[in-house]
Design a protein around this ligand. Structure first.
Ligand code: GLC
Length: 815
């Protein structure tokens, strides 16, 4: 955790930009306003009561779908508003906000109904407003903010989660490739961490999400901005009293969210760009991955070893070495003489297998995929019409032109055929796209029609879209699982993201904490870093601490680079393995809770890994707290971030919190020092929560349909009502959409000494459902009996057995 690099001056020089200074005409439209200015048109369209979209045409023309991020018709919901004209401005007024279009000089401000600012155009020292200015194809705008304000979001960004004080570029980058990072490391002062691509402050990263929150202090209110533009972007938050947004091309299309609450903003943002798809349950298990030249026997041996060592594991991964000469959609027949047989045997052991698929297709006449791509004319071209050639693992490679439907459909078919052998998911890497030592700028899209810049940042999104659509076409009943390295706004609809090539270093352990939380509040709930670290050798303590927290992140995968020391769960000796096993088992026992959190994410866009600011934004203490997080709504996790640490500071937000390990109930809104002996990291459960757990950790989720689910009831100290949820379904298909599930909401109410838990159920169940009972485990009180629907139940096995096969109930007890 280093301090952000200093720098008062903005990175982008905008001296020569031409400001739009005056509005010539304004007319009212069905959704807002249409104005004429500088031979262009400006449109203000209300998306909701508290969301407005602003667009400015280019060359007089509007681009109605500038990127693939938005997946709904933004103007499909009714909004009530009125327009008022004054001499110097026209206002669009809803019950939540006022959009002010100032005519001369031109500026655009949005305020909430109570007058507090959402966005306000900034003026420079000469008093000139910068609502919008262009230079050739690029545009820029400047907004007011205050030094003490905070900025969050922007997806996968390095460094502190409060982005204020730093500048960022949005350009999907293969971070460890020296060619691709050269322009970003060049010219940095010695000692500037941004000159070092291995530093935890390096920028840009693999994923670009042009969406951020601006929090006003001391009020704590949030506003947000999503610029729907895929070109290279620049977000500058280093200046004290303004921020600047610039894009290198394309249309200015911005969605402005009035807030003031972060969850509601994220709900609106993910309504526009889509929500994390419900994952298959197995994808929430433990994943073992390693870049290694395995043979099929070796893969099976690793599967067996997890079972022998009693380490739960659902998925084994195959990195690039499984291919024949790095040719995508092929197998190395020497090392994998019978891939379907291996996959079938692993399936019997409860494993799913995932293979890597990079976009780079080896330039190799005679190789079927390459020949097909040429024949179907689906590769990216250069301006002159050549097939664009870049460099990935196989050497020279062609790249599918995912901007075209034909290329996406072709890729979908290839993926569908590839998984027919028994694969469960696809891992997309190098999809920034990474082109190695050959520059990507001559790679054009849309059959050569569009510049590279226009679609670079969307390449991975389109690749994941084609893959998902192909898999769903071939297997419409099955949920898909794709892991992607790069991405753009909307990637959550198709793929999970891992955070690329991190290092086996303590500072990189922390990097994943802050980055994962930043991802979560930017719409991507399914995220995780390579556990143990990818580059460099891990070691016993680092690996142990990483597993303890990595098992409590949304995506849980151990991965490391070829040539490093072993990093398997058992690799660092029995003492480490025993603790690692407990961590993995805790994750498996928590799967009903984790799965329910994912279902919630798929419905509302809420993150699974949440920075404290998401649920506690009006608590000023959490603004800069990025070394702990909530996992789901009710578990607070504070990873150990240093070697040799025997304790760490933890902040408990409002409410009361049950120490997971000791059972002690602690009042919140305060710091404490938590012991961190090697066998545990601090974990706390929110008072009032009902956390569903499996009684035992299964070796795999495959065919695991237990007859009992434990309900851990954390009695709150104070009176009040809390809700929690358990979603049970087949975890594999879409049948739950038609009601094949049990979706139970628990409402816990404490009133004086009495506690009541009311469970109400939706759904009609599903064939595999086997639950016969809940086992109620009470924390923070020791009742001798509970009353369930009027009948008294006595304690057994440290809890209370409540026969239950999917019906609602009411339980009460004295605390
Ligand atoms: C990239 C990926 C890494 C993978 C390697 C080989 O570096 O980020 O996860 O192991 O390529 O495919």
């Amino acid at each position: 955790m280093t301090d952000p690099p200093k720098g008062e001056s903005p990175v982008l020089q905008t001296d020569h930009y031409i400001r739009f200074e005056r509005v010539d005409s304004v007319e009212e439209t069905q959704r807002g306003l249409l104005a004429g200015l500088h031979r262009e048109q400006l449109r203000v369209d209300l998306v909701a009561d508290d969301v407005v979209r602003v667009k400015i045409s280019r060359g007089g023309v509007f681009d109605e779908s500038p990127t693939f991020a938005v997946c709904t018709d933004p103007l499909s919901r009714p909004v009530e508003f009125r327009v008022e004209r004054d001499e110097d401005r026209v206002r669009v007024i809803t019950s939540s906000m006022v959009v002010s279009l100032w005519l001369d000089p031109f500026r655009l401000d949005v305020h909430r109904a109570d007058g507090t600012p959402v966005v306000e155009t900034a003026a420079d020292e000469q008093g000139r407003y910068w609502a919008y200015a262009t230079l050739n194809d690029s545009f820029t705008l400047r907004r007011r903010c205050r030094q003490e304000d905070a900025v969050f979001g922007l997806g996968e960004k390095s460094g502190r989660h409060n982005r204020k004080g730093r500048d960022f570029t949005l350009w999907n980058t293969d971070v460890l490739n020296e060619h691709e990072t050269a322009e970003f490391t060049a010219g940095k002062e010695p000692g500037d961490p941004r000159g070092d691509r291995t530093s935890v402050d390096f920028d840009p990263f693999y994923v670009s999400i042009p969406f951020f929150y601006h929090q006003s202090y001391p009020a704590g209110t949030m506003a947000a901005s999503f610029v729907d533009n895929g070109y290279r972007g620049s977000y500058e938050f280093s200046a004290k009293d303004e921020y600047r947004i610039s894009f290198a091309g394309g249309q200015y299309t911005e969605y402005i969210f009035a807030g003031p609450d972060m969850p509601a903003i994220l709900g609106e943002y993910t309504w526009l760009t889509g929500r994390t798809a419900p994952p298959p349950l197995w994808a929430l298990g433990y994943h073992q991955c390693r870049w290694f030249d395995y043979s099929q026997d070796a893969v099976e041996a690793i599967g067996k070893r997890h079972r022998d060592h009693d380490i739960p594991c659902d998925a084994l991964w195959l990195d690039i070495e499984y291919m024949d000469g790095y040719r995508v959609f092929t197998w190395n027949k020497e090392r994998f003489p019978d891939a379907p047989g291996m996959l079938a045997r692993l399936s019997d052991e409860g494993y799913r297998v995932i293979t890597i698929i990079d976009p780079g297709v080896k330039f190799d006449p005679g190789y079927e995929v390459f020949d097909q791509g040429l024949e179907r004319d689906v590769f990216c071209k250069t301006e002159g019409g050549d097939t664009y050639i870049g460099q990935v693992w196989p050497g020279n490679t062609a790249f599918p032109d995912f901007v075209t439907e034909e290329a996406r459909a072709w890729w979908g078919e290839l993926n569908a055929a590839h998984v027919q052998s028994g694969l469960a998911g696809i891992w997309n890497d190098m999809n920034e796209p990474a082109t190695g030592a050959i520059r990507a700028n001559t790679m054009r899209f849309g059959n050569g029609k569009y510049s590279h810049e226009r679609y670079h940042n969307q390449y991975a999104l389109l690749m994941a879209m084609g893959t998902t659509e192909g898999l769903l076409k071939a297997m419409p009943e099955q949920r898909t699982f794709i892991l992607s390295r790069a991405g753009f706004a909307g990637i959550q609809r198709y793929a999970a993201n891992w955070m690329g090539d991190n290092f086996s270093r303590w500072d990189h352990l922390w990097l994943g904490v802050a980055m994962g939380s930043g991802f979560g509040i930017s719409g991507q709930a399914f995220v995780g870093a390579d556990i143990g670290g990818f580059a460099g050798n891990s070691n016993a303590e680092l690996f142990l601490r990483w597993m303890q927290y990595g098992t409590l992140t949304p995506f849980c995968r151990n991965h490391s680079e070829i040539g490093n020391v072993d990093q398997y769960a058992w690799a660092f000796g029995d003492a480490v393995q025993d603790i690692v096993r407990e961590s993995v088992k805790l994750r498996y026992r928590l799967l009903p809770y984790i799965y329910s959190a994912f279902i919630r994410a798929s419905e509302t866009g809420e993150p699974v890994q949440r920075p404290l600011v998401f649920d506690h934004q009006y608590d000023a203490t959490v603004r800069d707290l990025d070394d702990q997080y909530l996992f789901g709504t009710d578990l607070l996790v504070a990873p150990v971030l240093e070697a040799g640490a025997t304790s760490r500071q933890v902040y408990l937000p409002a409410g009361d919190w049950h120490d997971w390990h000791t059972g002690e109930v602690l009042r919140g809104s305060r710091f404490l020092v938590a012991p961190t002996p090697m066998d545990r990291i601090p974990i706390y459960a929110r008072g009032g929560a009902v956390i569903p757990m499996w009684a035992e950790a299964p070796a795999t989720t495959k065919e695991h349909h237990p007859d009992v689910v434990e309900l851990h009831v954390f009695v709150p100290l104070a009176d009040g009502t809390h809700t929690s949820r358990l979603v049970e379904d087949d975890g594999l298909t879409f049948a739950a959409r038609e009601g094949a599930c049990y979706d139970t909401t628990f409402t816990l109410t404490r009133s004086g000494g009495s506690v009541e838990v009311d469970a109400s159920v939706e759904g009609r169940g599903y064939p595999e459902f086997a639950r016969q009972a809940f086992h109620l485990v009470v924390h923070g009180a020791s009742p001798s009996a509970v009353t369930v629907d009027g009948a008294e139940v006595a304690a057994t096995d440290g809890g209370f057995r409540i026969p239950n096969a999917g019906n609602g109930f009411r339980a009460s007890f004295e605390a």
